[in-house]
Design a protein around this ligand. Structure first.
Ligand code: BMA
Length: 335
């Protein structure tokens, strides 16, 4: 590998398929997509935009937090487990968080849950999601050690905010999180920002990272999976939205951020790397959405498995390698 993965883990059983000989793209789809159908649970309307991580990785296992919209159309989060990263057992009951700090205040309460991310930092798995505070979206924060008991902390930010994504280690002794200030609806704008915290509770030192630039992302952008630390900087997949006469189109691409000051963009791919083109990405509850929320990365081979929601209906997987994507982003960069 030309590009080294820093602080990575070995995942010998990472889900993987070689790039098809006729594929001209940097990212290629799993040929048995989608891996999680909308009706995996008897109660589910749809399962999409979900986060997976290595869990008990010495035993080759995986766990995750899944966005499950039920048939009432409540937006809920459910835990799930897998032996191979492809076939998932999702708990039939939603996660009910315990309060991390006992409080009589109402600030910590669960409102709803969508677009979760899961990030292992130091000793626990942190979960961020779009939570409701007074039915207004903001970034919920919680943690778990075992994907059985989950603890909820204070919301990170004021409404309105979405796409809260943590970095996998402290930088300059502070936790670091992306977010995307928004409105109460289907926000027609959006830049990515970084905020910093000494304790996962008080967030400040906000920095602008980047806003929409190219046509494919001209309406708004938002952070995707947990950033991957490499010798070139932080490799970040992110989604971008274009508005067509048929509504929003969600594609995704990647950028590389400075390792010490991650609000500084080193490279940013001018093109999308994957856009809604397959039937399961174009047809569903919301047409034309590919929305990545997680990656698995094998530090030994540089293989990356990307998990992305499709058409707000199901979950699919796509693959690339660190070298392939870093080279492509560097060679097609416009900052
Ligand atoms: C965003 C979020 C995502 C969803 C996308 C497209 O605002 O709600 O969960 O995938 O819209 O509907």
């Amino acid at each position: 590998m030309k590009t080294q993965i820093i602080n990575g883990v070995s995942l010998p059983n990472i889900p993987w398929q070689d790039k098809p000989a006729d594929c001209k793209d940097v990212i290629w789809r799993y040929d048995a997509n989608p891996i999680i159908p909308r009706d995996l649970l008897p109660t589910s309307n749809s399962i999409f935009n979900s986060a997976v991580v290595p869990f008990e990785s010495d035993k080759g296992k995986f766990a995750g937090v899944f966005r499950v919209d039920d048939k009432v159309r409540n937006m809920e989060l459910h835990a799930g487990f897998s032996e191979d990263g492809i076939h998932w057992n999702i708990e039939p009951d939603r996660i009910v968080f315990e309060q991390a700090e006992k409080s009589t205040e109402e600030v910590n309460q669960w409102g709803y849950g969508y677009d979760p991310r899961v990030c292992f930092i130091e000793d626990r798995f942190w979960v961020t999601w779009c939570n409701a505070y007074g039915w207004k979206p903001t970034i919920g924060v919680g943690y778990t050690f075992d994907f059985k008991t989950f603890y909820q902390c204070e919301n990170a930010f004021l409404p309105f905010n979405r796409n809260g994504v943590l970095f996998p280690r402290k930088i300059n002794d502070k936790f670091v999180m992306f977010s995307r200030p928004s409105d109460s609806g289907h926000t027609p704008f959006g830049d990515m920002y970084i905020s910093q915290s000494p304790d996962m509770k008080y967030w400040g030192e906000h920095r602008h990272v980047m806003g929409p630039l190219k046509a494919w992302e001209s309406k708004k952008i938002g952070a995707g999976p947990i950033p991957i630390e490499t010798s070139e900087g932080w490799l970040c997949f992110y989604h971008g939205v274009l508005e067509s006469c048929n509504g929003f189109v969600y594609s995704f691409s990647a950028c590389i951020l400075d390792k010490d000051e991650p609000w500084k963009v080193k490279y940013r791919c001018a093109e999308y790397l994957l856009s809604p083109q397959k039937i399961y990405e174009c047809v569903g509850d919301v047409q034309n959405v590919t929305f990545p929320c997680a990656t698995l990365v094998d530090a030994d081979t540089g293989r990356i498995a990307i998990y992305y929601g499709c058409a707000d209906t199901c979950v699919s997987m796509a693959f690339t390698t660190v070298d392939d994507v870093v080279d492509y982003v560097k060679n097609h960069s416009s900052v």
